[in-house]
Design a protein around this ligand. Structure first.
Ligand code: DHB
Ligand code: FE
Length: 278
């Protein structure tokens, strides 16, 4: 049977792609951010995943404000990068596993999650950059299943619903009959706001409490409504809902293998965690 060997949660800021393209990893602005990742790569080399289930929000490539699924799952054998631009080199396509995708979809729908299923899907910086941070040679050694959460346009799914999606996802993964090792990734956050009067908003106290809750009190954020989470973390900080899905896929008791936090990268307070089931 498949086994979830851990979760990685990380921010996803488009400018990271520009920094990678220009080789700025040791630049003083970027170093505290990139320094978070060598340990993640060592951990990945140790746990050797076959599959990454990557939970993120689509930034207008597959879904726009006119059509916005609450939850969508990719069911393709290949996903290509169609990010917004920035003139950076394209990453190689990602190998999917449509058979596994359909297994997860069947299971989640049986558990009453009403999903949008995508047999054609492209991926953006929220998917490609966390992958490139984990595997800088971009020779992806894993198959991927994208899971997309609406963190973009109200009404958003609640943190409680996202946590439950993660729990159901774990049951779905663990009922996959192949002997495979799975890492669940959640990307986005932490606090940031790109638009409106509060553009530039960061909330370090909230981020630190949220990251601590990911270890010891995983349902902590579920006490807030999505409006409250936007107030606390910003209109894009609410991408932390993707972290809630990833956290829900682990048992209540976890071990923190690694974490990093740095302000700012572009407009964003960046967080990084590696959690292992106990
Ligand atoms: C930024 C952050 C994001 O999460 C995103 O999707 C786009 C831009 C930023 O801080 O620039
Ligand atoms: Fe984003």
């Amino acid at each position: 049977m498949a086994k979830i060997v851990g979760a990685i949660t990380t921010s996803h800021v488009p400018a990271i792609g520009g920094a990678i393209a220009k080789g700025l990893q040791q630049d003083p602005y970027w170093k505290p951010f990139f320094d978070g990742f060598p340990h993640v790569r060592e951990w990945l080399a140790k746990v050797k995943p076959d599959v990454v289930v990557l939970v993120y929000n689509d930034h207008g490539l597959n879904f726009f404000l006119d059509k916005m699924p609450t939850f969508a799952v990719g069911a393709c054998d290949s996903y290509s990068n169609a990010d917004e631009g920035w003139g950076i080199p394209q990453t190689a396509p990602f190998k999917g596993d449509s058979e596994l995708s359909w297994h997860l979809i069947e299971h989640l729908v049986k558990e009453d999650f009403d999903l949008t299923t995508c047999q054609e899907m492209v991926v953006d910086h929220a998917f490609t950059l966390p992958m490139a941070l984990c595997w800088p040679d971009q020779k992806w050694p894993v198959r991927v299943v994208p899971v997309v959460v609406n963190t973009v346009q109200a009404p958003l799914p609640s943190a409680a619903r996202c946590y439950k999606l993660g729990q159901a996802l774990a049951r779905a993964i663990e009922s996959w009959p192949k002997d495979e090792r799975v890492v669940v990734m959640g990307t986005g956050g932490l606090s940031h706001q790109l638009d409106g009067e509060r553009a530039g908003f960061i909330n370090k106290d909230f981020d630190e409490t949220f990251m601590a809750s990911m270890v010891d009190d995983p349902a902590w954020a579920t006490k807030y409504s999505t409006t409250e989470l936007v107030e606390l973390s910003g209109t894009q900080g609410v991408e932390l809902l993707n972290w809630m899905v990833a956290r829900g896929a682990l048992p209540e008791k976890v071990r923190k293998e690694h974490s990093n936090y740095h302000i700012p990268i572009s407009n964003t307070a960046t967080g990084l965690m590696v959690l292992e089931p106990v």
